[in-house]
Design a protein around this ligand. Structure first.
Ligand code: EPU
Length: 419
């Protein structure tokens, strides 16, 4: 298994860029199932999760050509697909469940393995199913699979009991081809939801309100294939900004969209960083040592849970004590024990972590069980004295496009070691 070896060597400096957004690419690729024909997606990030979603589509009979260097994916969707996502693929990536809505809507039938829990929480999909039922789908759970059936879905007014990103996406895709009007109340407001609505509207859907908590969808009889360039990844961009902050560096992340990262930018400034929209992206200059800040994760536009681990790494060497509250996932502190191995002083009580900033961290062999936790360990390694070896790099490869190359271009002493 590959590892990443980092020797802390001072400030990150220079210019890098944000790749295409993983969490926009995954629903968009799944949405291709809504229209027969050839779709072209640009700015698709070169990630293991993208590869998994293409496998899911291929098992259904779609053809997918991926040029990772050009960041382009061509998908040909046949008239009839095999509407099934098998356990072997869903267990490697929960976002495979995003095919459920499109399959139920266009093919009248879907059989999708029920995702289990994962390292960061139980993550049920009851709200996805509640939404599809409201549109008239019959849902059954058999042999670990969700089976959805419908002649044609019918628009309805529905409200989620809690805010769910992929749940909103699944129901929005399903409603695009339903008969009549759907109103989704308590919808997620993430930029990736707006992006999916943009793509669906290009395909001929009639969606308004995406980006607010009330989305209105006027169902249409058919959709057409699309040519679309995916928005930049706000979480990857945020991680690179924290690389500047944690090393007292000066980094410009081109293509990062300030409006997508307001909560993080606000917090980085509070910590003493100078953050400015600049050069078609965001520039972050970090002080020698940041000040402690408190964060509470919330749905967008609140502070993103996907940046919690990285900001916790930043807080490990801050001046003062920081209180971090994780409100979205019940088990998203897997990085804490590993950061402690590097000398961090962190205590956790339920959803609340207290981080007492230390003057320094010390490099160590560490590993993590999820994507953002792995990123936080890489960031800590940039700041630590000596050598940090981050194991289980496949977690990073799921969601960061060549992170080590980007950090190397900013001056990091970092390399991937094949194992
Ligand atoms: N939830 C339910 N029932 C549901 C759906 C969600 O109880 O039917 C709960 C979850 O267990 C969780 C909360 O609601 O406690 C929010 O979950 P949500 O459904 O919003 O998460 P998701 O759609 O599964 C997406 C991202 C995650 C990101 C979360 C929160 C994708 C493919 N994944 O997951 O990204 O953390 O939203 O913003 O968009 C990552 O990129 O590292 C990642 C985990």
């Amino acid at each position: 298994m590959d590892a990443i070896v980092i020797k802390g060597n001072g400030p990150m400096k220079g210019v890098t860029h944000a790749s295409g957004a993983k969490n926009a690419a995954l629903p968009i690729l799944a949405s291709s199932l809504l229209a027969e024909g050839e779709h072209l997606y640009r700015n698709v990030p070169d990630l293991a999760d993208v590869s998994t979603m293409l496998k899911v589509l291929r098992t259904m009979g779609c053809e997918a050509d991926w040029s990772a260097e050009k960041h382009e994916v061509h998908i040909r969707v046949p008239k009839q697909v095999l509407p099934e996502a098998p356990y072997e693929l869903v267990k490697t990536m929960r976002a495979s469940v995003l095919v459920l809505g499109p399959l139920a809507a266009r093919h009248g039938r879907a059989r999708v393995s029920m995702p289990g829990g994962c390292a960061i929480g139980a993550r049920p999909i009851d709200q996805h199913l509640k939404g599809l039922k409201a549109l008239g789908a019959q849902i059954e759970l058999t042999e670990g699979y969700v089976e959805a059936k419908a002649e044609r879905l019918i628009g309805a007014r529905l409200g989620f009991d809690l805010i769910t990103v992929t749940g909103t996406e699944n129901v929005m895709m399903a409603a695009a081809l339903a008969k009549g009007r759907t109103l989704i109340e308590n919808a997620a407001r993430e930029p990736e939801i707006e992006e999916l609505a943009r793509v669906l509207n290009k395909m001929g859907a009639k969606i308004s309100g995406a980006g607010t908590d009330l989305i209105s969808i006027e169902g249409v009889d058919g959709l057409k294939p699309v040519d679309h360039a995916i928005i930049p990844d706000r979480i990857e961009a945020g991680t690179l900004l924290v690389a500047a902050a944690i090393t007292g560096g000066d980094v410009l992340v081109k293509d990062a969209v300030p409006e997508h990262l307001e909560a993080l930018i606000f917090k980085l400034r509070e910590a003493g960083c100078t953050v400015t929209p600049e050069g078609g992206g965001i520039r972050c200059r970090g002080p020698a040592r940041v000040k402690a800040i408190d964060i509470k994760t919330q749905e967008h536009p609140g502070f993103p849970t996907d940046m919690q681990a990285q900001v916790m790494a930043l807080m490990t060497t801050a001046e003062g004590a920081s209180v971090i509250t994780e409100n979205i996932f019940e088990n998203r502190y897997m990085h804490v024990a590993e950061l402690r191995r590097m000398g961090a002083d962190i205590t956790v009580d339920g959803a609340v972590a207290v981080v007492r900033g230390q003057p320094k961290l010390s490099g160590a062999p560490v590993m993590a069980t999820d994507l953002r936790a792995s990123a936080s360990l890489v960031l800590a390694g940039l700041r630590a004295e000596g050598k940090t070896t981050v194991g289980r790099v496949y977690h990073l490869d799921r969601g960061y496009e060549h992170l080590e190359r980007k950090l190397m271009s900013l001056g990091a002493d970092i390399q991937r070691v094949k194992g």
